[in-house]
Design a protein around this ligand. Structure first.
Ligand code: NAD
Length: 385
């Protein structure tokens, strides 16, 4: 029986069940989305087949650039309704089309479903070309606040000029009149829940240390609040070590001694940047999966975008999307399938025969295989014993 919640959430989420089948929303995505989603689907189905024998009924919901013409928006209501109903979704990357009123389609989905926690594991797999080997870091990124809240004032607009005047009066400091302004809200409520999420995740996954990343020495009322709140919450998790590191120092430390870090809990913007840095440590964007979690639903996706120039070429690395499937299987309670699939990914990368161009020593290596062939090798490995 497929169950939910192992490892990540608090037990509130219950999927629509049908004995041995669970319904999952699948947003194939655009650009390279369809290719990596098909790869993920093949491997997830193989892993279930090789273990519990349970099945997933995919509720396929196209979204993004390709549905705008017909439906007038990249995120039709039917997509959000499907995720709300099924409570678990996995999505390929979506291009944010220019001029649709969205800063990012992906951020809009996270905000619409209040998916406040973005979990981004970065793990070294043997065979990947990287200068550092001992990396197993999970970035827990706050997903709804900070400079990503989308409250911005454009340079030269009357409301911006008014705001600048008002701020000068209130703060006693002047802002150049030709400035644009972005607002950075960080709340106690938003911080408490992300810090708790990080500690709960640490506890359930055998992690010993949580590090809060901030710039509290400069931004005292936003990052300062984040740090103070983190310190308070940490007191109720005494069996897990807590420390904090300033974000610039964190970047240096991650390059020099990544082995010192386990879980990094970050406000939204630093989380985005730090997780890409961590992706770089473990072989690039083709390697890093993620999960977005709210109180009621979870959406899994690769960290990378839709890389439009590679669309339809059967070229890009499907690993990030397949590992997002690994995370989803764990969330569904399919622990064995999750482990088996991750081991198969690790083995195929370690052997280095069926891997995409980005994992090769020479990126133009003629021996690189395509997206589909790498996924097929992983699925074959899953089914091999
Ligand atoms: P991108 O991640 O799509 O691509 C940047 C580069 O990373 C690519 O040119 C490629 O060299 C490499 N890359 C990405 N995925 C790879 C893979 N699987 N295998 C090998 N190499 C890979 O970033 P971008 O070009 O800045 O963004 C393109 C579009 O994607 C934009 O519209 C952006 O808004 C969107 N985007 C979506 C998501 C999401 O859906 N969650 C995330 C980031 C960007």
């Amino acid at each position: 029986m497929l169950r939910m919640t192992a490892g990540y959430s608090d037990g509130k989420i219950k999927p629509e069940r049908n004995n041995m089948t669970v319904k999952v929303t699948l947003i194939p995505g655009d650009g390279i989305g369809e290719e990596v989603s098909a790869a993920m689907r093949l491997c997830v189905e193989a892993a279930l087949n090789a273990t519990s024998g349970n099945t997933i009924e995919w509720d396929v919901q196209p979204a993004g650039a390709e549905v705008i013409e017909k439906e007038g928006t990249p995120i039709p209501e039917r997509v959000l309704d499907s995720i709300k109903k099924n409570r678990v979704a996995i999505k390929g990357p979506l291009t944010t089309p220019i001029g649709t009123g969205f800063r990012s389609v992906n951020v809009a989905i996270r905000q619409a479903l209040d998916l406040y926690a973005n979990l981004r594991p970065a793990k070294y797999y043997e065979g990947v070309r990287t200068p550092v080997k001992d990396v197993d870091i999970v970035v827990v990124r706050e997903n709804t606040e900070d400079l990503y809240a989308g409250i911005e004032f454009e340079e030269g607009k009357p409301e911006t000029v008014d705001l600048i005047k008002e701020l000068s009066v209130k703060s006693g400091k002047s802002i150049r009149t030709d400035s644009g302004i972005s607002i950075k809200p960080i709340s106690v409520t938003g911080t408490e829940r992300i810090i708790r999420f990080a500690f709960e995740y640490a506890g359930k996954n055998g992690r010993k240390k949580v590090t809060a990343v901030h710039k509290a020495n400069i931004m005292k009322f936003t990052d300062g609040l984040f740090l103070e709140t983190a310190r308070k919450i940490a007191e109720s998790y005494r069996d897990i070590k807590f420390e904090d590191v300033i974000v610039d120092n964190m970047c240096m430390q991650l390059v020099q001694k990544p082995e010192l870090y386990e879980i990094l809990v970050c406000p939204n913007l630093y989380g985005d940047i730090i997780s890409d840095l961590c992706s770089g440590l473990v072989g690039g964007l083709g390697m890093t999966p993620s999960g977005n979690f709210g109180a009621y639903s979870a959406v899994f996706e690769a960290v990378h975008g839709s890389a439009p120039k590679y669309k339809g070429l059967n070229k890009v690395n499907p690993t990030a999307m397949i590992l997002s499937g690994v995370m989803m299987l764990k969330h569904l309670g399919e622990e064995e399938a999750s482990k088996k699939l991750e081991s198969a990914v690790a083995k195929v990368i370690r052997e280095g025969k069926s891997i995409t161009y980005d994992l090769k020593e020479d990126r133009n290596a003629p021996t690189a295989v395509g997206t589909r062939e790498m996924a097929e090798a992983i699925a074959k490995e899953v089914l091999s014993d």
